[in-house]
Design a protein around this ligand. Structure first.
Ligand SMILES: Cc1ncc(COP(=O)(O)O)c(CNc2cccc(C(=O)O)c2)c1O
Length: 459
């Protein structure tokens, strides 16, 4: 078993040797990390024995919940049988075949083919290369540009970070790469002005048409978007947005790609977010809930006509050592099978999702500095605002979110601050009683936050 150390010793060694993602290392090392040592269901425990409610399912990924010994048993059995072999050079293995069959079953109709990666970013980079290859094979090699949204998130590889619309990422590494464009995000609360949500949804989709005409449809390869923008702060487009986006993509003959890394595998109550919004992409990218984070694995679901076109093009010169890794594939198979056969996705759609959405709105609509209370299935958020009546946001975007997030964390409830949006995406196995308990803690935390605002004369 693991070497037992004091929290202080863990912290010291971590500070000495471990570089964390998306972190200001110097400031982190001043405060020291929180050592998470165990987890079960929707709960984490830290090295000081504190029990923490994980309102974020890790990083939006532990859909099946923590502590599933059946998954660790599958991992051990597969590792003992075949710990690794590759899927290059005309070889395959039972684990990846069984996973591929299962994924074709749970996928929306028209998706029979899956390409494997190790992460969401690698799924996005794979998609970028597939999309450009598709148009080469179609004899339109000048169709290269992919359009994403500002404040969209598609990962941290060169391609994913370029396609994403986080400018603070573009500034580091001279991104975006050539052939990437962005349009404004469908954030009704900020851009909706005097339009109804339905009118705004169409208007926001038309921004895509404007961009296509600006670039030239003959140069545009694809439009890429998350059904609901996750890391951008749970930006839920009006119902009219995605059908209008799809219509525009068909009109100008550009591929439509859904990034389902967060929305996939039951998060919205449907298997995939595209089904909640009623649109059909040509390709979609996944990771996270595919294995519930138990092992790193991603998958690109390739629509039948894109798959046929790629196949007609002979060698597709792309792939990874661990594409279809046997242990990751076996665990993903067990995870997806459980999400389906234990009725977990169905329960989100029919029971716990509706319950969370009702209780979430009841809990947060009462606060003076909370607005745009929103959510679908088990992904939900609200925005911290300066003046609700005027729909006025706070200055210094993100400062209030950080302060509020720290209050939550101090109450042993993990939520995520994306700017001044407070967001939550708990494991899909959360019960109604656990929802009530989580929201009780959350309400107390927001009360403390508003008290702090008044003390600082900000409210
Ligand atoms: C829509 C989407 N696409 C791609 C990725 C990249 O996946 P990988 O990280 O596995 O390469 C993501 C990942 N999303 C993500 C990753 C890490 C942190 C947070 C956060 O909200 O704090 C969000 C994502 O949300």
């Amino acid at each position: 078993t693991q070497q037992q150390r004091s929290t202080a010793q863990w912290r010291e060694l971590d500070a000495a040797h471990h570089l964390h993602p998306f972190t200001d290392t110097a400031s982190l090392n001043e405060q020291g990390v929180r050592m998470i040592t165990h987890a079960d269901g929707i709960y984490l425990w830290d090295s000081e024995g504190n029990k923490i409610t994980d309102g974020m399912a890790g990083l939006w990924c532990v859909n099946i919940g923590y502590g599933r010994k059946d998954l660790s048993e599958v991992a051990k059995r597969q590792m003992d049988e075949l710990a690794y072999y590759n899927t290059f050079f005309k070889t395959s293995h039972p684990a990846v075949v069984e996973l591929s069959r299962l994924l074709a079953e749970v996928a929306p109709t028209g998706f029979e083919h899956v390409f494997y990666t190790n992460s969401g970013s690698e799924s996005v980079d794979t998609m970028i290369r597939m999309v450009r290859r598709y148009w080469d094979v179609k004899g339109k090699p000048q169709k290269k540009t992919l359009i994403g949204r500002w404040n969209g998130y598609h990962g941290s590889t060169i391609g994913g970070a370029s396609l994403g619309g986080m400018s603070y990422m573009h500034e580091q590494g001279d991104l975006p790469i050539p052939g990437i464009a962005h349009i404004e995000q469908p954030w009704y609360y900020k851009h909706g002005k005097d339009m109804t949500p339905e009118e705004f949804g169409v208007a926001a989709a038309r921004w895509l048409e404007d961009k296509i005409l600006e670039i030239g449809a003959d140069k545009v390869a694809a439009f890429v978007g998350e059904p609901i923008q996750g890391a951008g702060g749970v930006i839920i487009p009006p119902s009219t947005y995605w059908p209008e986006v799809e219509r525009i993509c068909r009109k100008y003959d550009i591929l439509l790609v859904a990034d389902e890394v967060i929305c996939g595998f039951g998060r919205t109550g449907e298997w995939f977010g595209q089904q909640h919004f009623g649109f059909k992409p040509d390709i979609f990218t996944t990771a996270k809930g595919l294995s519930s984070g138990y092992l790193p694995i991603g998958a690109v679901f390739v629509g039948n006509d894109v798959a046929a076109t790629l196949a007609a093009g002979g060698d597709f010169n792309h792939g990874f050592t661990y594409s279809g890794h046997p242990v990751a594939a076996a665990v993903a198979h067990a995870n997806v099978q459980a999400l389906r056969d234990e009725g977990i996705v169905q329960r989100v759609r029919e029971e716990t999702g509706p319950y969370m959405q009702q209780r979430w709105r009841e809990t947060f609509s009462q606060f003076e500095h909370v607005d745009d209370v929103r959510g679908v299935g088990l992904i939900q958020a609200f925005t911290l605002v300066k003046d609700k009546a005027k729909r006025e946001l706070f200055d210094n975007w993100g400062e209030m979110g950080t302060m509020c997030r720290d209050i939550f964390f101090g109450n042993n409830l993990i939520m995520r601050a994306c700017g001044d949006h407070m967001v939550s995406a708990p494991p899909l196995v959360i019960s109604k009683a656990e929802i009530d308990s989580m929201l009780g803690t959350a309400a107390r935390s927001v009360e403390t936050f508003e008290k702090k605002l008044r003390e600082r004369g900000l409210a």
